[in-house]
Design a protein around this ligand. Sequence first.
Ligand code: GLU
Ligand code: ZN
Length: 501
Amino acid sequence: MSDTPRVRTRYAPSPTGLQHLGGARSALFPWLWARHNGGDFILRIEDTDQARFRADALADIFDMMAWLGLDVDEGPLGPDAEPNEYFQTQHAHRYQEEAQRLIQSGHAYYCYCSSERLQRLREQQIANKQPPGYDRHCRFLNDDERAAEAATCEREGRNPVVRLAVPLKGETRVKDAIRDESVFDNSTLEDIILLKSDSLPTYHLAHIVDDHDMRISHAMRGSEYLPTFPLHIITYEALGWEPPLYVHLPLILNPNGKGKLSKRKQSGDGAGSDNLTMVYEFREAGYLPEAFVNYIALLGWSFSADEEIATLDELVEKFNIYDIKVSPSAMNYEKLEWMNGYYIRQLPVEELAERVAPFLERAGLPTDRARLVEVLPLVQERMKLLSEGPELLDFFLADAPTPSSGDLPGKKMDTAMTVSTLEAARSALGEADWSMEGIEAALRGLAEELELKPGQLFQPIRVAITGRTQAPGIFETVYHVGREAVLSRLERAIGLLRQNA
Ligand code: GLU
Ligand code: ZN
């Protein structure tokens, strides 16, 4: 029998803000590793910061997991279900027990300092150009002093906190799965708070007790935790527990490679999807979850030098934590959008119809599936985001937007000529055989008769019947808009031009 422990990973979000791209990756990687190894994936809600708890943030965690398709083996039952043991506040006694054990063994101590004292200390340290941090005032109190401090606390209606007693000498060596060992001088580390005055734990204690109790084998989290990593290792040692293998995921930077990914000012080109950071924003912008997952899997990991496309199942098969990169990766919105277009093109048209329907509905357009399946192939190649559905399809599904009369004239055409051209098109299409070939024959014949280049003739017709300067091929477009609508839209355009003449 092998003594390798079962692979158990977790995603441990705090319901204090909406899920962002980095959170999605912090959920995806442990999920992939659990599935790759046939292990367990756990969702744990780190809700010990009660002042910052947000119900919408909790709901958003579940929305994200469902959207990404990450199933959970152990975790809360849903945003509206009674909180179970996978909420940290539901087993607060565990942290208190372990904090007591640490106090008893001399690895932790009560700190009675008021926030005013800590504030004064901080100001002094800054004035003296010393690094700010707790001065261990309460660590070395004798029994009398301790009793006096405790009495003051009680009189002032405050509770003491519990702090970790970091070894005063020596060094702490830490190593995660992908980095070289680093060595910290213990004298540079702070006696951090483990248990707050509300008797709830800080992250430092909470994640350790839970990772231990939940038998987590691999703990993946953002690299913002690297500076406190030695404190976590010291706490594990103090508790007498073996830490899981940690993996600190590389930072995700802004597209220019500068700074942690953040909201920026709109770039002004109107593209609009290059400023997204929250997972729900990507969902609403019309990204497919399969494209989004594929893209974020490559933020700090890769499976091949030249291949980038992989389904979730393929990612599970290929994923390996030891290939995770240490260096930060910059967000590349163009690549994500390209990937989304790729996945849209791969979708069977019936499936694309299902995916795009909610976006059409939101724009007030009809979503008859048979009709969508008819017209989607005309735009599928060009579609990069599901949210482009309305502008690409509205003139097929409902009345076209009114064209602007400035867009109607073809190349080198004045208004009068545009009017007569559209009138000629109206009579030609009124009589044409309504098939793709019939329409093509009618329009090409007309171009010859009017001695116009085909493009010159087609543009005013396109604008008249779609309300837009860009649309699929003219014959297909005319055919699928249908004779009746084509004729009345030509009529409308003629009217518009006459009015403006
Ligand atoms: N609650 C922590 C966070 O949201 C979890 C970090 C961890 O995975 O250990 O950042
Ligand atoms: Zn103190």
